[in-house]
Design a protein around this ligand. Structure first.
Ligand code: 5GP
Ligand code: ZN
Length: 113
């Protein structure tokens, strides 16, 4: 989708600091990090949110979680712990409507809401 921010990052039309890539996923640093490690993982094909992705391409969800594990290892937070988060819809704070998995870590994280 040409008007989707994360599709444009996947297409390398908008720069991002890419930290990991597979055939189906791309991981890049969040532009406004909420923790020392804050990486966003996206499917390379567009889906509006994680549930839409599950319906359209369930295997890609597995790919995102496996990639998240690789990112956590590379970031040095695999042992200390990290949070995996899909904001889904406006009330959850989703602002970019291309499914994305946040990887947050590197400090003690607070309560969820
Ligand atoms: P959401 O709030 O939708 O769950 O997460 C969207 C995330 O994308 C936010 O954490 C926001 O900081 C990040 N973000 C928004 N625009 C950009 C951008 O242009 N580049 C990068 N790397 N991250 C972005
Ligand atoms: Zn998109």
């Amino acid at each position: 989708m040409s008007d989707c921010l994360f599709c444009r990052i996947v297409a390398r039309e908008i720069p991002a600091t890419v930290v990991h890539e597979t055939d189906t996923t791309l991981a890049f640093r969040d532009i406004a990090p909420q923790a020392p490690t804050h990486v966003v993982l996206v499917p390379k094909t567009h889906a509006g949110d994680a549930v839409a992705l599950a319906a359209a391409a369930p295997g890609v969800l597995d790919d995102l979680f496996l990639a998240a594990g690789e990112v956590a290892k590379a970031e040095g937070v695999a042992e200390s712990g990290y949070r995996l988060l899909f904001n889904t819809g406006a009330d959850a704070g989703q602002t970019v409507f291309h499914a994305h998995l946040h990887v947050l870590g590197g400090r003690r994280l607070g309560p969820l809401a």
